[in-house]
Design a binder for this molecule. Structure first.
Ligand code: GLP
Length: 262
């Protein structure tokens, strides 16, 4: 795991967008894993800008989202399909047939979860997975006690998550209680991943996820087992981390990050 600290949310989002763009340019038929949430909105806006101004080409990209609410359809404004169309898909040249999310309205949810895993596999697995982090430390909707080897399945949302997502639905009682989510095990199979967290409300959980012990109570700690995970944070989200001087030294000196220093 590597940690990159940028001055603010805009700088952190720009770094992530540049990392994603670089991967797309190196491999135009890349399989991207996508995340939702407010943090990602800036990244998608920047990718749209790069598509429009720098001809970043999504025509061959394939995408798989981490999760979708159970019971919400594609036209529902609370659904993650709606979010993705609104923030990214409708503004770039991606082929809608190459964009995948679990079907939250499936009549057989278990079968839908199995199908989703198989489609990921048929596409050769995820090359680059984007991740946000919930306030209780979830990745996707892998709530506390999600097995570290879990696969795509239905999860009941925790009270912390229901509260966190309440604003989007006009109250925590209106947030769907369940979601289909890639499992922690599914996520760990991606070739590379980038977790983005910004703002002081994420400082405590980032310190636990990055520097704390691995525990299924905080699914993001499982990323410590991943062979190529980059955590990008702003100063606020980094404020409870211990080894910040070391993280900064790596970013300022290691050749891998040279292109991103300017
Ligand atoms: C939802 C998503 C997560 C995401 C989280 C962060 O719960 N299922 O994948 O990480 O939101 O949200 P935000 O960026 O709004 O803090």
């Amino acid at each position: 795991m590597e940690v990159i600290i940028r001055s603010d949310a805009d700088a952190a989002s720009l770094l992530v967008a540049r990392m994603v763009a670089k991967e797309i340019r190196a491999n135009p038929s890349i399989v991207l894993g996508l995340a939702t949430g407010q943090t990602m909105e800036r990244v998608y806006a920047l990718l749209v800008q790069m598509h429009k101004k720098e001809k970043l080409d999504f025509s061959l990209c394939r995408t798989f989202n981490l999760d979708e609410y159970v019971g919400l359809g594609t036209k529902d404004s609370g659904s993650y399909r709606f979010y993705m169309k609104h923030h990214l898909f409708d503004h770039v040249n991606i082929d809608p047939r190459n964009t995948h999310l679990p079907d939250g309205k499936s009549a057989d949810l278990d079968k839908e979860c199995e199908r989703y895993e198989k489609v990921i596999e048929r596409n050769g697995g995820i090359d680059l997975q984007l991740l946000g982090i919930g306030k209780a430390g979830h990745i996707g909707f892998n709530e506390p006690l999600s097995a570290l080897r879990s696969r795509t399945r239905v999860k009941a949302l925790s009270p912390t998550t229901l509260n966190q997502n309440a604003a989007m639905f006009g109250g925590s009682d209106k947030v769907p209680q369940r979601a289909i989510t890639m499992g922690v095990g599914t996520i760990l199979e991606c070739r590379k991943c980038i977790l983005l967290a910004t703002g002081d409300s994420k400082a405590n959980i980032i310190a636990k996820a990055v520097e704390g012990p691995i525990t299924s109570m905080i699914s993001a700690t499982a990323l410590q087992l991943h062979r190529k995970c980059t955590v990008v944070v702003d100063e606020e989200a980094a404020s409870k981390l211990q080894a910040t001087d070391y993280y900064r030294w790596i970013f300022d000196n290691e050749p891998e990050w040279q292109d991103y220093r300017t």
